[in-house]
Ligand binder design. Structure first.
Ligand SMILES: Nc1ncnc2c1ncn2[C@@H]1O[C@H](COP(=O)(O)OP(=O)(O)O)[C@@H](O)[C@H]1O
Ligand SMILES: [Mg+2]
Length: 332
């Protein structure tokens, strides 16, 4: 059995999309607290069936954004529409259509996997045969079948997240908001969790997922990078990576620290980052520079084991976009 049986077969019936085709739309969405502007003038459109990644470091405004979209919190300025409903005027119909998995989702530790699912079925008034079937399907879908009698408190971190997701899906929402569902989860479980999200995506569910892990952006149809409450960039992962300035060369010198200092001085080099035993050099023109790098390093007695052109990673693209943003801020 697979996700097919968890969500409707034709996953896009009544999405309440607005005229421009967006299922989630915000305009100048802003939330201020006493001393901070947690979300600052966010204008965004998400189409039905997208898997949208909300990326940003701690304190960037991810949780506040998701709470605003989930109609749990009201904006201090601007508006958001979800499935065609205004989040302030019509929070009830929104809550019926969405699933919201909070950063610290409240599972009941003393209850078993099966009992937790039943509890959330009660909350969402899922009853009778439908409830029994749905719980069985969700248990298989979330790969928790064999742990049905285990107390939630005794599940691993990764399994708790999967149970939380299953509970979030109990009322077959069209849109799900997941706030850092993979934070603190081991890499294997993270991957498995994303496989499950991808299955939901393939069934047409709209997903908005926040994460501090830049590599997870690769699994999204589009990503928005939030920094200090503002959207720095919003595009496909490929397009975001293409925004990195210049070309990138990866090399493995015998001494990365000295290598970094030496290459940083070289004309045409924009930036040198260390990744383990590897140097990542952003430069204007890779071709001419490769031989030059080899020879300046050799002159300092540093041997280069390997050198090649590379593709920028999401993390590098984001760091360079945030740097650019900060230096623009300094100028104004
Ligand atoms: N209820 C609140 N009261 C006051 N400040 C808050 C509240 N919630 C969040 N903030 C502040 O807003 C900013 C964004 O927080 P948050 O949305 O939780 O970011 P993230 O989820 O990206 O870590 C932070 O500076 C945080 O301290
Ligand atoms: Mg958060």
């Amino acid at each position: 059995m697979n996700v097919e049986s968890v969500v409707p077969e034709n996953g896009t019936p009544d999405y309440g999309a607005s005229d421009n085709g967006a299922i989630i739309e915000t305009q100048d969405l802003t939330r201020e607290f006493k001393t901070v502007t947690a979300v600052d003038g966010l204008t965004l459109q998400i189409r039905p069936g997208e898997i949208f990644g909300l990326l940003g470091p701690d304190g960037a405004g991810k949780t506040t954004t998701i709470r605003l979209l989930a109609a749990i919190m009201d904006p201090t300025r601007g508006w958001a529409r979800v499935a065609g409903y205004d989040t302030v005027e019509a929070s009830e119909p929104i809550k019926q259509r969405i699933g919201y998995m909070a950063q610290r989702f409240n599972l009941y530790g003393d209850l078993s996997v099966w009992e937790n699912l039943n509890f959330f079925a009660d909350v969402f008034e899922v009853r009778g045969e439908e409830r029994k079937e749905r719980i069985e399907r969700l248990m298989v879908f979330s790969r928790l079948g064999e742990f049905r009698h285990r107390r939630a408190a005794h599940l691993s971190g990764g399994m708790q997240k999967k149970l939380a997701l299953a509970c979030t899906l109990i009322h077959t929402p069209e849109i799900i908001f997941l706030d850092e569902p993979t934070t603190g989860v081991d890499p294997v479980s993270r991957r498995e969790f994303w496989d499950i999200l991808t299955e939901l995506h393939l069934r047409g569910i709209t997903l908005v997922v926040s994460t501090p892990y830049m590599d997870e952006a690769e699994r999204c149809s589009r990503v928005g990078l939030i920094y200090q409450g503002q959207m720095v960039v919003c595009d496909t992962p490929e397009a975001v990576k293409a925004m990195t300035e210049g070309e990138l060369i990866a090399l493995w010198p015998s001494d990365v620290r000295r290598g970094q200092v030496i290459l940083d001085e070289l004309d045409g080099v924009l930036e040198v980052q260390i990744y383990g035993d590897q140097l990542r050099v952003f430069c204007q023109d890779g071709d001419g520079l490769m031989e030059q790098m080899r020879s300046v390093l050799a002159a300092e007695g540093i041997e280069v084991k390997d050198m090649r052109q590379a593709r920028p990673r999401m993390e590098e693209a984001f760091i360079s976009l945030i740097r650019r943003r900060m230096s623009e801020g300094d100028k104004s």
